[in-house]
Design a protein around this ligand. Structure first.
Ligand code: NAD
Length: 311
């Protein structure tokens, strides 16, 4: 019998799809490495979300593993090279969370531009922060998208057609469809940072993109610009960002992802009023989780079916 270990919370519909295809499902929730090393023995498939971390040690400890499924997008928590070396396939459900992450990105832009979280905090503290909560409109402003893939495109769509923003972008290569759909202009990263009123990051975390936005890059941005990161924390150098926010090199930031998660309770970001923080909830919607769970379960079933292990 084929056994699949589900090591993060996925939608029940996904579990049903696995079970009704004759797969035995066992469940643990985001176990630490040593626990995962024990749980992975005798398992043919593993399903994770952005947690747990599937290290080389985990992969090498697996004795029967054939496939790892990531419910969602971004495989930086999986040692893909180690998996490849052992002939273990890695599957993802990249489309499932796109719209949810894009909508959160827009939410963060608005929350920073209109000081929504700031006002909420002050009102609860007994103040009426009307005089010092002057904001900016998005209409007519320049949105710089870094990474014109699925999420970058979904953000551009809402920003362009919902808010009449002008779109410029930087990506590994030019995306002609993106340019045509949004009237977007391709710019080198440095120029994008100099021009954009809002900069939003949508590249994956790789060796190349680690600290892509560092002190030098933050210093290129406009003093009234907003930086949004809903991609991965380590793409931005957090220490440099804290300095930029504290010293006013940029106006504000909206962050869903951090170099260290959960964000430590004494983190300097928590002292700053010009940053809005969410707890890596980009994909945390009913719709995204259902799509991700169902999609990855179907892909795992197809994988074992194609190999003739299940009917
Ligand atoms: P995608 O693969 O569709 O798009 C990524 C884009 O980045 C592509 O256009 C690619 O060409 C570009 N790119 C890659 N490396 C680059 C580099 N070194 N320099 C410049 N451009 C580069 O991915 P997507 O579906 O849009 O997702 C983007 C990222 O969003 C994921 O990798 C993930 O880290 C993150 N994400 C976050 C959440 C969340 O909960 N906050 C949820 C889902 C995804």
């Amino acid at each position: 019998m084929i056994r699949v270990l589900v090591a993060s919370k996925i939608h029940e519909k996904g579990i049903e799809i696995l079970r009704s295809s004759g797969i035995e499902v066992s469940r643990v929730e985001e176990p630490p490495e040593d626990e995962l090393i024990k749980a992975i023995k005798g398992v043919h498939g593993l399903i994770v979300r952005s947690k747990p971390i599937v290290t080389k040690r985990v992969i090498n400890a697996a004795d029967s593993l054939l496939v790892i499924g990531r419910a969602g997008v971004g495989v930086d928590n999986i040692d893909v090279e180690a998996a490849k070396t052992r002939g273990i396939e890695v599957l993802t459900s990249p489309e499932a969370t796109t719209q949810s992450v894009a909508e959160l990105t827009i939410g963060l832009i608005l929350a920073v531009a209109r000081k929504i979280a700031f006002c909420d905090r002050r009102i609860r503290a007994g103040e009426w922060p009307k005089k010092y909560a002057m904001g900016v409109e998005l209409s007519g402003k320049v949105l710089g998208i870094i990474g014109a893939g699925r999420i970058g495109s979904a953000v551009a769509r809402i920003a362009k057609f919902g808010f009449n923003m002008e779109i410029v972008y930087y990506s590994r290569s030019r995306h002609i469809e993106f340019e045509e759909e949004f009237g977007a202009k391709y710019l080198p990263l440095e120029e994008l940072l100099r021009r954009a009123d809002v900069v939003s990051i949508h590249v994956p975390l790789t060796e190349e993109t680690m600290h892509l936005i560092n002190e030098e890059k933050l210093r290129l941005m406009k003093k009234n610009a907003i930086l949004i990161n809903t991609s991965r924390g380590a793409i931005v150098d957090t220490n440099a960002l804290v300095k930029a926010l504290r010293e006013g090199w940029i106006a504000g930031a909206g962050l869903d992802v951090f170099e260290q998660e959960p964000l430590p309770s004494n983190h300097p970001l928590l002292q700053l009023d010009n940053v809005v923080l969410t707890s890596h909830i980009g994909a945390s919607t009913e719709e995204a989780q259902e799509r991700a769970g169902v999609d990855i379960a179907k892909k795992i079933v197809e994988f074992f079916r194609a190999k003739g292990y299940i009917k």
